[in-house]
Design a protein around this ligand. Structure first.
Ligand code: ADP
Ligand code: MG
Length: 253
């Protein structure tokens, strides 16, 4: 190999390594309940690159939520490692983990988890207040985020005045507010009808493309195959299949 080519291969390797947002190595999580052991994860290896939409598929109990909790440092593995933004989470203090979650990860849940007495605007704004942003920065960013999810007109409405799909859009706007690098969504379409669910998946796809954010979504919604870049199929705490939908689609063309 010519020196120049070697340099380029080296540079590419470095670049792709630096673009890895999440990596798990032989991740194991065993819950001990009474005298019993539940093997929720049995050695999961995955890598998520910047700007990817990654779906974790699998039936209920396959370990999706456990995996998301470990990736975001909410829970600690029994063995194995999580590298988040290149950091070994086992070496991070509770305080650093809190800071990582607060500043760098946006969360979206199945049940929306909005504050019921707050308007859509106030729900999104709260995130920025916590983040210590100035009043003018907040006003600008809240509007941007509500616009991005198509809800600017509904800014003054409270959750009970919004449909399920609209509530989830508010939650997505909230997750994006402080410009996190990573969005973690746990069954975000689980409480929505299939048409609304598809619209939400489409919105996530659009946001990943336009904002350059990385998305990891746990779901058992089969339509996610039309939107995700990479799909990890989990069965009983193991990845049984990893599919890159981009190569799959280009092979079909
Ligand atoms: P999923 O999100 O795919 O439905 P989970 O990660 O929630 O799967 O659960 C994986 C397995 O671990 C299941 O058998 C579940 O019952 C078990 N589990 C999850 N959380 C706990 C816990 N806190 N204590 C004990 N067992 C748990
Ligand atoms: Mg779950």
């Amino acid at each position: 190999m010519a020196v120049r080519e070697q340099d380029r291969a080296g540079a590419q390797e470095k670049e792709s390594a630096s673009e890895t947002i999440v990596r798990t190595v032989d991740l194991v999580r065993i819950y001990r309940v009474g005298g019993d052991e539940v093997h929720a994860l049995r050695g999961v290896n995955l890598a998520v690159k910047k700007g990817e939409f990654v779906a974790l598929k699998g039936r209920s109990g396959s370990g999706k939520t456990t995996l998301l909790n470990l990736i975001s440092g909410l829970d600690t593995p029994t063995s194995g490692k999580v590298y988040l933004f290149g950091r070994d989470l086992s070496e991070a203090s509770e305080r650093e983990l809190l800071e990582l979650r607060r500043r760098h990860i946006g969360f979206v849940f199945q049940s929306f988890a909005l504050i019921p007495t707050f308007s859509a605007y106030e729900n999104v704004d709260l995130m920025l207040r916590i983040g210590g942003f100035s009043r003018s920065e907040r006003a600008k960013r809240v509007r941007e985020c509500l616009e991005l999810v198509g809800l600017l007109r509904w800014a003054g409405h409270r959750p009970y005045e919004l449909s399920g799909g609209q509530q989830q859009r508010v939650a997505i706007a909230r997750a994006l507010a402080n410009r996190p690098e990573l969005i973690i969504a746990d069954e975000p379409t689980g409480e929505l009808d299939s048409v609304t669910g598809r619209q939400i998946l489409e919105l996530f796809r659009q946001i990943v493309d336009s904002e350059g954010v990385t998305l990891i979504m746990a779901t058992h919604d089969p339509t996610v195959e039309d939107y995700a870049d990479v799909i990890y199929e989990l069965v009983d705490g193991q990845v049984v299949e990893a599919r890159d939908m981009r190569t799959y689609l280009s092979a079909l063309r």
